[in-house]
Design a protein around this ligand. Sequence first.
Ligand code: CDM
Ligand code: ATP
Length: 345
Amino acid sequence: MNGLASKNAPEIGGYPVGTVAHTRAPAKLNLFLELKARRDDGFHEIDTVMVPIDWCDELRIRRSTEPGIRLTIDWLPSRKVVAQRLGIDDDPKRSNDLLSIPVGESNLVSRALSRFIAEFNIVGGFDCELRKSVPAGAGMGGASSDAASAIACAAKLCGIDSRHPKLMDIAASIGSDVPFFLGLGINPMSAIRATGRGECLSPVNLAEPLHVVVIYPSVSLSTGKVYAASQVPDEPIDGSEIVRSLERGDLRAITRRMINRLSEPARILAPQIDEIIESVWRTSGITCQLTGSGSACFAIVRSPVQARRLANLLQATLGRTSSAGSGAVIVGTRTTQVPTTISIQ
Ligand SMILES: C[C@](O)(CO)[C@H](O)COP(=O)(O)OP(=O)(O)OC[C@H]1O[C@@H](n2ccc(N)nc2=O)[C@H](O)[C@@H]1O
Ligand SMILES: Nc1ncnc2c1ncn2[C@@H]1O[C@H](COP(=O)(O)OP(=O)(O)OP(=O)(O)O)[C@@H](O)[C@H]1O
């Protein structure tokens, strides 16, 4: 391995120009999300427990001598298929916000890599291919996960230790969820409790993987708008109880202790969420909860078989009985053990 040395850049290790790092960027679910206080800087002190799930974007990053970031984006398995699933028109001229992912500095991958290049005085740049599968504005952390994966891949390509403190600083500067995704990559764990703005992380060891059904009602919600419409409770609930239940693998207690304080404002902004939560309860008697700032919801089930059955049942009932169903994407999946590997090609 030789670095891309230049007369004034610090000599750093790393792979030669042209090397490609490839990884999968997992989505996340908030099993618990409580608002503790509104801060003077416009953010909230939160207490949240998040798990990564096996619903991932794909990212390939190539080291280049060309300064700057080049980013291409497409949908998996194709834009046309994703549009059909969402029940929308895939004509790029009538770009639908559900499918339109920004390029340039508006994309968190580009923003994260620009910060990385500046922080580590990297000579050259990166060519990136982002293949989206995680819906945007779903509360599943898609953009944040892509940004964290970009930071991790760039660090590996440039020979920078994954635990370098500057990497977490870059992550926190990109967004509140990015430290969670970067933190997942540092230690193999399966859940994290995040406090502060979302940047103070403590590992949670799940007793066993959780099987879930995720329902995305094809509505994109703005995180800022949902927070702006939220209320900090007089007596916030503490996340320690659900952490203990997760570490014991007590599914009944986990479900009883699940809460998302952003659910109420999100349901006002997107009434489809109400229909989904009620439909899951009516169909299966299982608690369904909003993830993050929405609009996606999830239910924890006991096995992959039950996940498949409930997903099929909801696909049939939701599609028939409510507007939420038209174009809802319903996926049975499970929590995933990270770090997802970064393969070097
Ligand atoms: C809702 C969650 O996804 C739960 O994991 C996160 O708290 C939000 O993480 P995120 O999408 O990375 O959020 P950011 O991009 O940092 O912030 C978007 C907007 O959400 C609001 N925001 C975000 C995080 C936080 N702790 N308090 C807030 O009030 C702020 O208005 C902020 O301007
Ligand atoms: N890599 C990216 N993938 C998807 N959206 C991106 C990306 N970079 C920037 N965006 C913009 O960010 C918006 C929010 O995307 P997304 O919901 O995936 O982000 P997030 O904040 O990480 O997740 P959450 O919904 O949990 O807040 C999108 O609507 C899009 O305009």
